[in-house]
Design a protein around this ligand. Structure first.
Ligand SMILES: Nc1ncnc2c1ncn2[C@@H]1O[C@H](COP(=O)(O)OP(=O)(O)O)[C@@H](O)[C@H]1O
Ligand SMILES: CC(=O)OP(=O)(O)O
Ligand SMILES: [Mg+2]
Length: 387
């Protein structure tokens, strides 16, 4: 059986997966052998992976993604036990306006993806660092990209554009949407486990370090809260979310540089900026301080607003799904946002919500908690495209 490695180099975390391809010809499901993750790079970063008979413990020990990814791939070798990696699947956050599915990575495509780096400065360089490390380590393997943006490329024009002069849309200034691998996985799980819901109007809230929501109509994305970049919509761990562009103009006039504003909006804002304490929702929920409370109040208020907005985009809501680290685990956050949404038929069962049960609703509209699995979607793409 052919081995597939998946790399998901996010803004601060790195996730890897090791799979065995299913039946030849791209049929069947990849079989998961192992997975590992580091939440944050840095001196203390260590990844431990257990693949049953083989284990690896990789001391990453650095914050820079290129070195970290090269060390990681070298350290994973014991897991492969002399077997060849047939394909490496990469999460690539930005695929631009035309890419609507996974692609084999060619030098031309890599150059195009490099040019998109300014649109996703927290992700694209790391994704491409993973690609370079994998090409060096596995020159014989085929390299496949699975894109966050691809799942959203069918949005109707009103959800794909800004009201700028039309030439900007033609030049690629569009609402792309992200987290598409996660939404693809959830749409697939819904179709399998709840086909009647999957045919309807479903709002999916992917709440992790990055956070966005997606409106699914019959399993297809019709709108996302993230736009041109992975900054828009929900406030996130360190990203600002929705912001009046007048603020950016004002900051420029005040003498801040582009680089300083980028740092402010991507790295110093969101939960961290509002609380003055931490980007991590677990820390905020466990802390009794005015800053933590205000950050949680803003996050849950915006979450309710975004759900209301997407319900309007869909013309109603037949189910709501929570996923991502916060969505899957933070009952108090779900409950607080849902307090405002009874008018949509969304209300929560406190006991099931506290237990992170698979279904947590008390009202007429199903509310589900579903673990996401971006790695599996990447592995499926690699398996389908590897010759
Ligand atoms: N029990 C929990 N309660 C609240 N937040 C949690 C909990 N578990 C995880 N999280 C949050 O989930 C985030 C990570 O989510 P994840 O989807 O793994 O993020 P990413 O893939 O974007 O790195 C962490 O920053 C943490 O704040
Ligand atoms: C696009 C995005 O925000 O990704 P992540 O949640 O991995 O930071
Ligand atoms: Mg994520």
């Amino acid at each position: 059986m052919r081995l597939i490695l998946t790399l998901n180099a996010g803004s601060s975390s790195i996730k890897v997966g090791l799979y065995e391809a299913g039946a030849a010809g791209g049929l069947g499901e990849p079989r998961e052998l192992a997975r590992g993750q580091v939440e944050a790079l840095g001196a203390a970063a260590v990844m431990e992976i257990d693949a049953g008979r083989a284990r690896a413990r990789v001391e990453i020990g650095v914050a820079d993604h290129a070195t970290a990814l090269a060390r990681l791939i070298a350290g994973l070798q014991p897991l492969f036990a002399g077997r060849e990696i047939a394909a490496v699947g990469h999460r690539i956050v930005h695929g631009g306006a035309d890419i609507d599915g996974p692609r084999l990575l060619t030098p031309e495509l890599v150059a195009e993806l490099e040019a998109l780096t300014p649109l996703a400065p927290l992700h694209q360089p790391h994704n491409l660092a993973g690609l370079r490390a994998a090409m060096t380590a596995f020159p014989q393997a085929c390299q496949v990209a699975a894109f966050d943006t691809a799942f959203h490329r069918g949005h109707p024009f009103v959800n794909d554009t800004f009201a700028l002069p039309r030439r900007f849309y033609e030049a690629g200034v569009r609402r792309y949407g992200f987290h598409g691998l996660s939404y693809d996985y959830i749409a697939g799980r819904l179709a399998q486990d709840h086909p009647e819901l999957a045919r309807g109007r479903v709002i999916v809230a992917h709440l992790g370090n990055g956070a966005s929501l997606c409106a699914l109509d019959g399993g297809r994305s019709i709108a996302s809260t993230m736009g041109f970049s992975a900054l828009d919509g929900m406030p996130m761990g360190t990203r600002v979310g929705q912001l009046d562009p007048g603020v950016v103009l004002y900051l420029l006039e005040q003498g801040m540089s582009g680089g300083e504003i980028t740092d402010l909006l991507y790295r110093e804002s969101g939960l961290l900026g509002l609380s003055g304490l931490s980007h991590d929702m677990r820390v905020l929920l466990a802390t009794d301080s005015a800053g933590a409370e205000e950050a949680i109040a803003y996050f849950t208020f915006r979450l309710a607003r975004e759900i209301g907005g997407l319900a309007a985009a869909l013309g109603g809501v037949d189910a709501l799904v929570f996923t991502g680290g916060i969505g899957e685990n933070a009952g108090p956050i779900r409950a607080r946002a849902l307090e405002r949404l009874g008018f949509l038929g969304l209300s929560v069962d406190p006991a099931r919500n506290a237990a992170n049960a698979a279904m947590i609703h008390a009202g007429p509209v199903p509310i589900l908690v579903m673990p996401t699995d971006e790695e599996r979607v990447i592995a499926r793409a690699a398996m389908a495209l590897a010759p």
